[in-house]
Design a protein around this ligand. Structure first.
Ligand code: AHM
Ligand code: MG
Length: 336
């Protein structure tokens, strides 16, 4: 038996396949495809600093190919990998206006899963060498297998997710995911291109001392949010809390899960539903949060209970250590 700390992601997927309720191997293949695309995108992200040397977006590279923006490239890599392996019946992406239906007439390849993805979140951080991430969410389709997917297959409440995860391209590259049985984190050893289980059974501390919000928007926030921020800053008990905001959801979430904290992207007078997208940003992070003993809310309701109505809809987002999210909700209940 391998020591858990030496386990590779590949070994972990095989070992845990049978514990998954619909175990047919399909979900394992899907996670494997995401693992592969993650390595490809990681390679591209690591070259970002060389863009002026290798050519900027719109330029031709030495092979005579067009240079692409990294978020466009990441989108293509994930979609290509998932399509080529014939393991999903549909894909929705932040980078695509509409969902992509993948039809296969082959009986063997009548796939049940749809994937929703934000291929490169926080991409405005790339130019300044700050961590970015990929977020993914997986559902079983609702419509019958063998027929083309419809919008209904994608507009499922987050509680129906069978798996969700993120990749963080940071000081090291990590893949963190859940299939509904806890959250595990794997770190890439770039020398040999293998992910190792480095963070087994990740858990949000019950309470924390970090709040993450874009305070530049403070004057536009609802009164309840302003009051909660003032509470975080007040000199009392274990406060003031520390303010940390990278502006890259995956990185802010990851730090808060390890150290204890709350991430907030509230609605404001200039953005009535906030900024983040329900289907491929908030839902997957909410599932991971709940599986890691944290909490995710739109300020009043559980994110995972919300019935989506549009592919790219936005939602206010409060996510992190359970006690902190509950406290923030308390302030919003008093003053919406
Ligand atoms: P993006 O999908 O365009 O990258 O936007 C999502 C990102 C999140 O990662 C981050 O938390 C947030 O936008 C930052 O927004 P702001 O600059 O408004 O604070
Ligand atoms: Mg995004």
């Amino acid at each position: 038996m391998l020591k858990s700390r030496n386990k590779t992601l590949g070994e972990f997927i095989i070992e845990n396949q049978s514990s998954f309720q619909y175990s047919s191997g399909e979900l394992s293949k899907l996670i494997n495809a995401i693992r592969l695309a993650a390595k490809v995108v990681n390679h591209e992200v690591n070259k970002a600093g060389l863009i002026d040397i290798l050519g900027t977006a719109g330029d031709m590279n030495v092979q005579g190919e067009d240079q692409q923006k990294l978020d466009v490239l990441a989108n293509e890599k994930f979609i290509q990998t998932l399509k080529n392996r014939e393991i999903v019946c549909g894909i929705a992406s932040e980078e695509e206006d509409d969902f992509i239906s993948i039809n296969s007439n082959d009986e063997q390849h009548r796939n049940k899963y749809v994937v929703l993805i934000d291929p490169l979140d926080g991409s405005s951080n790339i130019d300044v060498n700050v961590s970015v991430g990929t977020i993914f969410s997986i559902y079983r389709r609702i419509t019958p297998e063998g027929t083309p997917v419809t919008l209904e297959d994608f507009l499922q409440p987050g509680k129906n997710q069978v798996a969700a995860g993120y990749i963080i391209y940071g000081t090291s590259t990590m893949l963190v995911y859940t299939t509904g049985d806890g959250v595990n984190g794997f770190t890439l050893n770039p020398a040999i291109g293998t992910f190792y289980l480095s963070h087994p059974e990740m858990q949000f501390p019950e309470a924390g001392k970090i709040y993450s919000v874009n305070e530049g928007n403070y004057t536009h926030f609802p009164q309840g949010v302003k009051d909660y921020i003032k509470y975080c800053q007040k000199e009392e008990g274990d406060r003031p809390y520390t303010s940390r905001y990278i502006g890259s959801l995956v990185s802010d979430f990851h730090r808060n899960m390890i150290k204890g904290g709350i991430y907030m992207y509230p609605k404001s007078s200039t953005a009535t539903n906030g900024k983040l997208r329900l289907l491929y940003e908030c839902n997957p992070m909410a599932l991971i949060a709940e599986q890691a003993n944290g909490k995710a809310s739109n300020g009043h309701e559980r994110i995972l209970d919300l019935q989506p109505t549009e592919l790219h809809e936005r939602v206010p987002f409060f996510c992190g250590s359970k006690k902190m999210v509950e406290k923030a909700e308390g302030f919003m209940l008093k003053k919406a």
